[in-house]
Design a protein around this ligand. Structure first.
Ligand code: ADP
Ligand code: ADP
Ligand code: ZN
Length: 214
């Protein structure tokens, strides 16, 4: 089962992807997490990606696509995977689709988690991220058991640089311009499914499971 998560920044893609990955035993591949890990470890890729990310702009396609193609070629992806935050541009989607087609493969489901822009700003301001394991919380809606500490790995939680309101606005613009067209791209492939992302996290999850098992 190969799944792509679509939706605005803060729509809940990562939150849902993590739960789906666990339920179906497939890897959750978040390009944002991969970039953040590279920044934390001071790699060349991290150095290149950082300024784009901090400004809320996209990292160039040429730094992104090969990374994902290599990742899905790993043995743990044999039974499928869930991509979160990739593809984010039409060129990324085109190259990736062609690559899959070489092996007679395709994306089975592109799940668009729909949340209006008005709700996004509040979600981002309250988001707290674990830069060690990638887990995400919300101070109000999905709090960790112990304030400021990751339930999963015990690391300290942070407000991401790019979750400040000024940057979130730019990210939403970038989303509408560069990423939203992917909805029609996957609709044309017959893979698009839509869920109402304003519901409670558990209800969004139930809706996605229903789609995957229908
Ligand atoms: P969110 O889902 O909250 O927008 P992500 O963690 O998916 O956040 O991405 C954070 C940042 O990482 C993006 O704003 C962008 O700069 C960069 N990024 C992640 N994935 C991609 C991608 N596929 N193409 C280009 N940039 C990306
Ligand atoms: P994305 O990966 O799409 O950027 P996240 O999964 O990181 O989004 O979610 C953004 C923020 O909203 C996080 O703080 C997360 O805890 C919170 N969140 C996720 N799903 C819901 C939901 N259904 N209702 C309320 N808040 C949510
Ligand atoms: Zn953690």
């Amino acid at each position: 089962m190969k799944i792509v998560m679509l939706g605005a920044p803060g729509a809940g893609k990562g939150t849902q992807a993590e739960m789906i990955a666990e339920k179906y035993g497939i890897p959750h591949i978040s390009t944002g997490d991969i970039f953040r890990a590279n920044i934390k470890n001071g790699t060349e890729l991290g150095k290149k990606a950082k300024s784009y990310m901090d400004a809320g702009n996209l990292v160039p396609d040429e730094l992104t696509v090969d990374l994902v193609i290599d990742r899905v070629a790993q043995p743990d992806c044999e039974k499928g995977y869930i991509l979160d935050g990739f593809p984010r541009t039409i060129p990324q989607a085109e190259v990736f689709t062609e690559q899959l087609a070489k092996n007679n493969e395709k994306i089975d489901f592109a799940i668009d988690v729909e949340v209006p822009d008005e709700n996004i700003i509040g979600r981002m301001g309250g988001r707290r991220a674990c830069l060690n394991c990638g887990a995400t919380y919300h101070i109000q809606y999905i709090p960790p058991k112990k304030e400021g500490i990751c339930d999963v790995c015990g690391s300290e939680l942070v407000l991401r640089n790019d979750d400040k309101p000024e940057t979130v606005k730019n990210r939403l613009n970038v989303y509408h311009e560069a990423t939203q067209p992917l909805i029609d791209f996957y609709k044309a492939q017959g893979a698009l499914r839509e869920v109402d992302g304003t519901q409670d996290m558990k209800d969004v999850f139930a809706a996605i499971v229903k789609i995957l098992e229908d």
